[in-house]
Design a protein around this ligand. Structure first.
Ligand SMILES: Cc1ncc(COP(=O)(O)O)c(C=O)c1O
Length: 354
């Protein structure tokens, strides 16, 4: 606390990111990073950009990257906004589309940055309870006063809301913005992007952090009606003209071009997810049906906290949220098949002795 802080600082409740461990042999399954490296062409593109050009500011309009994202998604450049990770795109979206005084809706079990942004920007919110099976109860998202936001697949559950139900939420909020945070959509392959022409109130947000193995580069983007994009540009240009640096821009373009490589590693992650889900069920775990690059699991006999601690003692870092009603769950990022075999081996011992 300081007497010099503004009321904005005083009302913050900052997001706490998963632990980062450097220079250790821990198997890191706690922040949903991709276990495979970025495509070689991405590294080369970044290396090629390293040099005298760094003297110059990067493009404030990020046109080349927008062009590529637009082509890939069958939309126009005017439908694309690019930001420094999807977290920044989310923050700008809260500023651009949500109003202090008008309550927004998001699930009670979801990405915890939403409450952090709502508090920061003074936006009232309601955390809508999920169904008992952790699916979204779509009718409770009808007729929001201030808008709706949720991840699809949801985090940390991994559960995907089918597109017809996404549409139902859009139809019943036609005067308000519905933001679908598709950070993990490439592991599910049913994006709402195809709906942006039908629903001018839809904003889809994606990232290169997960399926493109580029969490360290910080590139996220939004796809939506050109008026929404213009709103985001106004916020961004009132804040920082250059949120995407030269290396990030080149790297992200190369990643979008390396379709074959990324299709291949995404398939591997999905196969490993399916394998590990089956193995976990055999060990008595409840495994929520995930369409993401992580699984959310619990065990009747061992608490979430114990699982977290015991796995850490065995060199495996996972994510535990000490929050009701998910305190008995842990979230495991899908690693390589070797990582997952090691994990299952350790869990066999933990379950046996638990
Ligand atoms: C649901 C969700 N949205 C957004 C993000 C942020 O991703 P980025 O690295 O693009 O900022 C994450 C990261 O874990 C996430 O889980």
């Amino acid at each position: 606390m300081s007497k010099y802080w503004s009321s904005m600082v005083n009302r913050t409740d900052p997001y706490v990111p998963g632990e980062q461990v450097y220079h250790t042999k821990m198997i890191k399954l706690n922040t949903n990073e991709n276990p495979y490296p970025p495509a070689e062409s991405v590294i080369k593109a970044i290396q090629d950009e390293l040099g005298d050009s760094l003297r110059l500011y990067p493009s404030p309009t990020v046109d080349d990257l927008k062009e590529r994202i637009a082509q890939l998604n069958n939309v126009n450049k005017e439908n694309i906004f690019v930001g420094n990770g999807s977290d920044e795109v989310l923050a700008f979206s809260f500023m651009a589309f949500f109003e202090p005084g008008k309550k927004i809706l998001f699930p009670n079990i979801t990405y915890s940055f939403y409450t952090a942004y709502a508090k920061l920007f003074n936006i009232p919110y309601e955390e809508v309870e999920l169904n008992k099976d952790f699916t979204l109860n779509t009718s409770s998202f009808h007729h929001s006063k201030g808008g709706v936001i949720f991840p699809n697949p949801n985090a940390p559950t991994g559960i995907l809301l089918p597109l017809d139900q996404v549409e139902e939420i859009l139809v019943h909020n036609s005067e308000k913005i519905v933001i679908i945070d598709e950070a993990y959509i490439d592991f599910a392959k049913e994006s709402a992007v195809q709906l942006i022409h039908k629903y001018p109130n839809l904003l889809v947000i994606q990232t290169t952090s997960k399926s493109k193995s580029l969490a360290g580069l910080r590139v996220g983007f939004a796809i939506g009606n050109h008026e929404l994009i213009e709103g985001l540009e106004k916020i961004k240009n009132s804040f920082n003209s250059y949120t995407i640096d030269r290396l990030a821009m080149r790297g992200a373009i190369a990643a979008i071009d390396a379709t074959n490589y990324y299709d291949e590693i995404t398939d591997k992650v999905i196969k490993t997810r399916n394998w590990v889900s089956t193995e976990l069920v055999k060990l008595g775990f409840q495994v929520l049906p995930s369409q993401a690059n992580f699984v959310f699991i619990s065990h009747q006999r061992i608490s979430g906290e114990q699982l977290y601690v015991k796995l850490k003692e065995n060199g495996i870092l996972v994510r535990h949220f000490a929050k009701k009603p998910i305190e008995n769950f842990i979230r495991l990022t899908i690693g390589t098949p070797q990582d997952m075999e090691f994990l299952i081996d350790k869990l066999i011992n933990i379950v046996d002795s638990g």
